[in-house]
Ligand binder design. Structure first.
Ligand SMILES: [Zn+2]
Length: 261
């Protein structure tokens, strides 16, 4: 296995063990060493250590993202275990970020897993967002989703947004370039009441599918590989096993991203 002649000087080199570990990435056409080194130098902030957070973080950890920070103030409950795959019966009552963080570190000892077991006010969230390269919204309520979007928009940090409920899923990527929509351009379409999994239920693999796709889109953005889902919304109907892609226009009256006062 040969290293490229001129590796990017700013990217960290992979150890021999890491080269073996990530061989199936490095073998990917155009991903190569530079793609893996990009992941190693990347920091991903995951807000929510529930179903989406567990699914997305385990793939990002195994994939070799250098720093993963998990934020969640909840504790593990018995009713979480049906879909939140990083927690076990022994973790009931513990902070989700502690339990998930330990599982991630076991999956990949080469990465740095950090945890925050509180709900953050704007200022603290902004500081954390700016210290990361990509944010994954794995939260479970509209207020938090809008708060994350607002801070990501202000600091131009890409946001990988996902949601899963009942037999339905949603996925989108926001990179906040000029004239691009933001999450709130989408969320205003369904008003202030977002249904919750506690009220409506969710079939376990639906969160796994959407969470895995959030990890996939994050890796694409971080390694500049493939075409991310910018300006589009992907809707998943698990009942019919059907996917629908919609173009998402910017809302000219959006309180977050519109330039009109
Ligand atoms: Zn907007």
């Amino acid at each position: 296995m040969k290293k490229p002649m001129h590796p990017e000087p700013t990217l960290p080199e992979l150890s021999d063990e890491e080269i073996l570990r990530y061989n199936r990435h490095i073998s990917l056409k155009d991903f190569d060493f530079s793609g893996q080194e990009s992941l190693k130098s990347s920091r991903v902030l995951i807000i929510g250590a529930g179903g989406l957070g567990c699914a997305s973080s385990q793939y990002l950890a195994c994939a070799g993202v250098g720093v993963i920070t998990l934020v969640d103030d909840d504790q593990v409950e018995l009713s979480n275990l049906q879909r939140q795959v990083l927690h076990t019966d022994q973790d009931i009552g513990r902070f989700k970020v502690e339990s998930a963080g330990e599982s991630l570190q076991l999956l990949n000892p080469h990465i740095d897993v950090r945890t925050v077991n509180q709900r953050l006010p704007d200022e603290k969230l902004a500081g954390l967002i700016q210290a990361h390269d990509v944010v994954i919204d794995a939260s479970d309520n509209l207020d938090t989703r809008n708060q994350i979007n607002q801070q990501c928009f202000l600091h131009k940090i890409p946001l990988i947004s996902g949601a899963a409920i009942r037999m339905e899923g949603f996925l989108s990527v926001f990179t906040y370039q000029e004239n691009e929509p933001c999450y709130q351009c989408f969320s205003h379409l369904f008003g202030s009441h977002a249904p919750t999994c506690a009220e409506n239920g969710v079939l376990s693999p639906v969160v796994g599918i959407i969470g895995s796709m959030q990890a996939l889109e994050a890796i694409k953005v971080l390694a500049n590989y493939g075409r991310p889902l910018n300006n589009k919304v992907l809707l998943f109907d698990a009942f019919k096993m059907a996917w629908r892609e919609m173009k998402l226009p910017q809302n000219p009256l959006c309180p977050v991203c519109s330039s009109i006062d």
